[in-house]
Design a protein around this ligand. Structure first.
Ligand code: ADP
Ligand code: MG
Length: 684
């Protein structure tokens, strides 16, 4: 009979024997707070002490195990000089050196004439091999305790391997042998061990961690499954309650559509149908609109907003930054011009008097549409009848924020999130399983593909004619550098240096923007760029993805191989939004590795953000999903979307058939993966 509870795992780490205040502090530095946290901290490597090495074959600097006889002591009576024990094997000798040690202790562990096993790092001093402060010393008869493979953990200062390992194995041994939430059949079918055995194996590896091993895969599976369970519960809770149907005649949205001098793409039309259905239905919309930069998400959100407003509800549109919010606001004002919809903008820059007025007009219902940053969700802001929340660049928010937002909106509120960050298809459900997803794959028809070029940095002067020509045509240029200022350590291009150079070539046309430019100045520069008073904008990557500069048609990216592919793709997405031919020029230093070239060439070959995201993962391989972390998407600790693709599919299949009453048995699993807090949030 399996047991699915082992509650001691969730106790504070200090409840373990041997963990005093000091150790607790060290462990906290490693983010180990609860007992269970120890389990997840897998060894990153191994130390092989299994082979007994002859003294003839010693290598300096190597961790080595030797079997020797104790020959002679040397206990100097002078302070600070170490104690020395001379040991031998046949004709060969080795010195064992002890600093800060007691004679009695040494006599005890290394008795003259006895055969011993010693393990430690080999050193060399005054023509003799030595081991200083050996990690292990045991009588030769206890060989098995030392001559083996040890797991290697990344430790903070103050924690020794010995103590750390002892703690982990103390915990592992306490776990019940039958601690398990999967059925025996399921384990057998997949070659998985029970949980305790899985952890014992992973913490007692015979080689470096192998992400394809059955034990590792079991852990990865559990992680994926815990994630899906959480999203599944979130979805259930949002969909459970019925909302009031919203009723409208499309009269506003039709007015808006007439404004456009282009036709919607087929994908856009399909998304509009999805939104329409959701808004009119009795269950709440909880939808993600995923589409590459420039695919035309914003106008769809605004059309849906118009319908909701016609049905006598208010709408809130939240953007991650002020600039983006005011751009959405301007666009909404333009599009809603021929309606009587009242729109307001609220950001931290809004002055107090205006803010008060907006807040009171929201309450009495005379403001229909509020655009802003996350300041929209402060407590003091109360809507009279909020019916629709639009969240731009959703990836900046996690599951937890999603849930609290859903709550703030109340039972009648529909929620639409939009994201341009491509997520590999394999991970879609594991990230957004709680939401319905609409995809915009099709680019608007008038778009030309961005011409993407790779250029060595020393040929930079070849760019001047191209830039000169485009500027004369009144076009604009982004120039992106990885660094703000010169760095002695890093050989990357800096924005400041480039700014000074370009200013000489194109006087009066250049602006600069980076993380150290203050907010006010930043807005001034961006505004100048929008108004075409600046032609070339030199910057780090601070400019947000979503901002629309349809007039810019060149982006130059320095040290392009320092960026993740997805990030480069997003940068490229800043141009090519109008119907003019655009260029993305990726500069690189001459000594580019084959791998780096391969990466960059992918960008030249394709414009498909999803494909790029997947290629990015493949090339980077496991454990280096930095591009994703940078883009703000939280990652899995163990599961790898490329190499564990089958596990993702397996977990998805399982979750689709799961019965609510069965969720209870996974309670510990959810807690072990830190999802309990989210589940509680849903339940309350
Ligand atoms: P996203 O938010 O997906 O990055 P936007 O909604 O900001 O993209 O759209 C980018 C630009 O494309 C805007 O100027 C918009 O007016 C324009 N646009 C949107 N849909 C179409 C279309 N079907 N045809 C032509 N241009 C379009
Ligand atoms: Mg956008």
């Amino acid at each position: 009979m399996n047991i699915n509870k082992n509650s001691f795992l969730f106790n504070e780490i200090s409840s373990l024997k041997g963990v005093g205040l000091k150790t607790k502090k060290y462990l906290e530095r490693k983010r180990i707070e609860k007992i269970k946290d120890l389990l997840w901290d897998l060894p990153y490597s191994i130390i092989d002490r299994s082979k007994i090495t002859s003294l003839r074959e010693l290598e300096i600097g190597k961790i080595t195990t030797v079997k020797v006889n104790v020959i002679k002591y040397n206990f100097p009576r002078v302070r600070n000089l170490p104690n020395k024990v001379i040991c031998g094997e046949k004709e060969e000798k080795i010195n064992i050196i002890f600093f800060n040690s007691y004679e009695g202790y040494i006599r005890k562990i290394l008795p003259i004439g006895k055969e011993v096993i010693i393990s430690g790092k080999i050193g060399y001093f005054k023509k003799h091999y030595q081991i200083t402060n050996p990690t292990y010393v045991k009588p030769a008869v206890q060989k098995e305790e030392i001559a083996k493979i040890f797991p290697k953990y990344s430790l903070t200062e103050g924690l020794t391997e010995k103590i750390y390992r002892k703690l982990i194995f103390e915990v592992l041994n306490k776990i019940n042998d039958n601690y398990e939430w999967h059925s025996d059949e399921f384990l057998k079918d997949n070659n998985f061990n029970k949980l305790k055995e899985t952890f014992l194996n992973l913490h007692n590896p015979s080689k470096k961690i192998d992400i394809f091993s059955d034990d590792y895969r079991r852990l990865a599976y559990d992680e994926i499954f815990a994630n899906l369970l959480t999203l599944f519960s979130a979805r259930k809770s949002v969909k459970l309650k019925k909302k009031k149907k919203k009723i409208y005649s499309n009269k506003f949205s039709e007015l808006i559509l007439k404004n456009f001098d282009f036709d919607l793409t087929n994908d856009q039309k399909k998304v509009l149908e999805d939104l329409d259905k959701d808004i009119r239905s009795e269950s709440r919309m909880f939808r993600l609109l995923q589409g590459d930069v420039g695919s035309g998400k914003t106008i769809l959100a605004l059309i849906a907003a118009a319908n909701v407003i016609e049905s006598k509800y208010q709408v809130a549109f939240m953007a991650p930054t002020e600039i983006l919010a005011s751009q959405h606001y301007e666009l909404a004002k333009k599009l809603f011009f021929s309606t009587n919809i009242k729109i307001e903008l609220l950001t931290s820059k809004t002055n107090l008097k205006d803010k008060k007025k907006i807040i009171s007009n929201l309450k009495n219902g005379s403001v229909n549409f509020l655009v802003g940053t996350h300041s929209l969700f402060q407590k003091k802001i109360k809507f009279s009848k909020l019916g629709f929340i639009i969240i731009d660049e959703q990836h900046k928010f996690g599951v937890k924020q999603r849930i609290s937002l859903a709550k703030k909106g109340g039972d009648n509120c529909d929620i639409l999130s939009m994201s341009a960050t491509p997520i590999p298809r394999t991970m879609m459900l594991s990230f957004f399983g709680d939401m319905d997803v609409s995809l915009l794959n099709e680019k608007p028809k008038n778009r030309k593909d961005v011409v993407t070029l790779l250029k060595p940095e020393n040929k930079i002067s070849e760019l001047w004619p191209l830039i000169k020509k485009q500027i004369s045509l009144n076009r604009q240029v982004f120039w992106v550098c990885p660094l703000i200022d010169e760095s002695k350590k890093l050989d990357f291009s800096s924005a400041v240096k480039k700014y000074n150079l370009i200013k000489k070539i194109f006087p009066n046309h250049v602006g600069i923007l980076h993380g150290n430019v203050d907010k006010v100045e930043k807005n001034i520069v961006l505004k100048k760029f929008l108004e075409k008073k600046i032609k070339i904008l030199v910057s780090t990557t601070v400019i947000e993805v979503g901002i629309n500069f349809p007039n810019a048609n060149i982006i130059i990216i320095e040290n392009s191989n320092k960026f993740g592919l997805s990030q480069l793709h997003q940068l490229r997405g800043r141009v090519g939004r109008g119907n003019i031919q655009s260029y993305c020029i990726m500069l690189y230093k001459n000594n580019l590795s084959e791998n780096a070239k391969k990466r960059l060439k992918i960008l030249r070959k394709t414009n498909d953000g999803f494909l790029i995201a997947e290629e990015d993962l493949k090339i980077r391989g496991h454990g280096d999903l930095l591009g994703f972390q940078q883009s703000g998407i939280k990652n899995f600790k163990f599961a790898d979307p490329i190499h564990h693709k089958d596990l993702f599919l397996m977990a998805e299949k399982k979750i689709k058939n799961i019965k609510i009453e069965n969720i209870k048995k996974y309670e510990d699993l959810i807690k072990l993966h830190d999802k309990a807090e989210i589940i509680n949030e849903i339940a309350n």
